[in-house]
Design a protein around this ligand. Structure first.
Ligand code: CP
Length: 320
C-alpha cells in the first residue's frame, strides 16, 4: 500500500479487516516490524481518537511516532502552486513536505475542509500536495472529504458484530446511515467515507436517510438506496450509523435541524435490534440521545477502540 487516502488504496478490504482483528487478538505479534522506522503525525485540526490510536498502533509495531500540531505550533503553510506569498502563509508545502519526507518514513496528515468553497475542499489540495512533495507514504488522518481510518474501523466493528448471521442466516446486513441534527455545520467526510467504504466492501444492503437538501456527493453514495423518510429507512436495520453533515449542494450550510431526526429508543423499535454507531465526538441529546448512547445497542466505544487495530493494520501494510 503506497498511500492510504481512500477505500481505493486497499486491494482487499476483507483481508485488511482480518489483519486488524488478528492484531486485536495479539497486539504485539509484529512488534519488531517497525523497528528504526518513524511515523510523523501532523495535525492541522483537533483530534483525540485518531491521534492516540495511531500512536498506540505505531508503538505496537515497534515504530516511533512523533506528533506535530502543525496548525497551532508550525509555520502557516501555503498549498497553492505559484502563490505570491505576501499574505499570512509563511512556508510553501513545496519546501516543507520534502523536509518532513527526510525526517519520517510514513506521514499521517489531518486536514479539515473550510466548508466555504466546495470546489477547493473537494479538490483535496492539501493531502495531494503532501503526496506530491513529501516523497514518502501518506496516511489520511481525515482529509477535506474522507476519513478512511474511521471507515475501516467501522467495517471492522460491523464484521466483529456478525450478529445478523446468527439471527438471520447468511443474509447481508442492512446498514443505515442516518443524518442527525447538530448545532454547527460539520464536514461531509465521515458520511462520504462510510458510504465509499460500504459500497467498495459490497457486503451490505446500504440505505442512506437524510432530510431534503442534505444529499451527499453521488461519487460516494453510488447505488445506495437514499430516502428522506427516516422511519422507513430504519425498518429492520441491523446497524444504524448516526452522523451529522452540512449541505453539499448549497455548500456547508445548515438547512433543516429538526430534532425529530435524533435517534431515540422509540425509533430503535423499528430496527432489527440494530447496533448503533457513531464516530465520536458526539453532541449528546442533540445528535444522539442519552438513552441510545448509554443503552445496550450502542457500540460507539467498541468502535472507537477498534481505531487502534485499523491503524495498526494500515501501518503494517505500509511497512511491507
Ligand atoms: N472519530 C475521530 O476521528 O475522532 P477524533 O476527531 O477525536 O480523532
Amino acid at each position: 500500500m503506497k498511500n492510504f487516502i481512500s477505500a481505493y488504496d486497499v486491494n482487499d478490504i476483507n483481508a485488511l479487516v482480518k489483519k486488524a482483528l488478528d492484531f486485536k487478538k495479539d497486539p504485539l505479534k509484529s512488534k519488531n516490524s517497525g523497528t528504526n522506522k518513524r511515523l510523523g503525525l501532523l495535525f492541522l485540526n483537533p483530534s483525540m481518537r485518531t491521534r492516540l490510536s495511531t500512536q498506540i498502533a505505531a508503538q505496537n509495531l515497534g515504530m516511533e511516532a512523533i506528533v506535530f500540531n502543525i496548525g497551532n505550533e508550525g509555520w502557516a503553510l501555503e498549498f497553492e502552486e505559484e502563490a505570491i506569498m505576501s499574505g499570512t502563509t509563511i512556508e510553501h508545502i513545496k519546501d516543507a513536505a520534502p523536509v518532513l519526507g527526510k525526517y519520517f518514513d510514513v506521514l499521517g496528515i489531518r486536514t479539515f475542509p473550510s466548508l466555504k468553497n466546495r470546489e477547493d475542499d473537494y479538490s483535496e489540495l492539501y493531502i495531494k500536495q503532501f503526496i506530491k512533495y513529501a516523497g514518502i507514504p501518506i496516511i489520511s488522518l481525515e482529509s477535506a472529504t474522507l476519513h478512511p481510518l474511521q471507515s475501516l474501523t467501522d467495517i471492522i466493528t460491523i464484521q466483529e458484530c456478525r450478529n445478523w448471521q446468527l439471527t438471520t442466516g447468511n443474509r447481508k446486513p442492512k446498514i443505515v446511515l442516518t443524518w442527525a441534527p447538530h448545532v454547527k455545520p460539520l464536514p461531509q467526510c465521515v458520511a462520504n467515507s462510510f458510504s465509499q467504504w460500504i459500497n467498495a466492501w459490497g457486503e451490505a444492503d446500504f440505505v442512506i436517510t437524510h432530510p431534503e437538501e442534505y444529499e451527499l456527493d453521488e461519487q460516494f453514495t453510488k447505488d445506495a438506496i437514499i430516502t428522506t423518510n427516516q422511519d422507513e429507512a430504519l425498518e429492520n436495520a441491523d446497524f444504524v450509523y448516526v452522523k451529522n453533515w452540512s449541505t453539499y449542494n448549497d455548500y456547508g450550510k445548515i438547512y433543516c435541524n429538526d430534532p425529530e431526526w435524533m435517534l431515540t429508543n422509540e425509533k430503535l423499535q423499528r430496527t432489527h435490534n440494530a447496533k448503533i454507531m457513531h464516530c465520536l465526538p458526539v453532541r449528546r441529546n442533540i445528535e444522539l440521545s442519552d438513552e441510545i448512547l448509554d443503552g445496550r445497542n450502542s457500540i460507539v466505544t467498541q468502535q472507537a477502540s477498534n481505531r487502534v487495530w485499523a491503524a495498526q493494520a494500515v501501518l503494517s501494510e505500509m511497512l511491507k
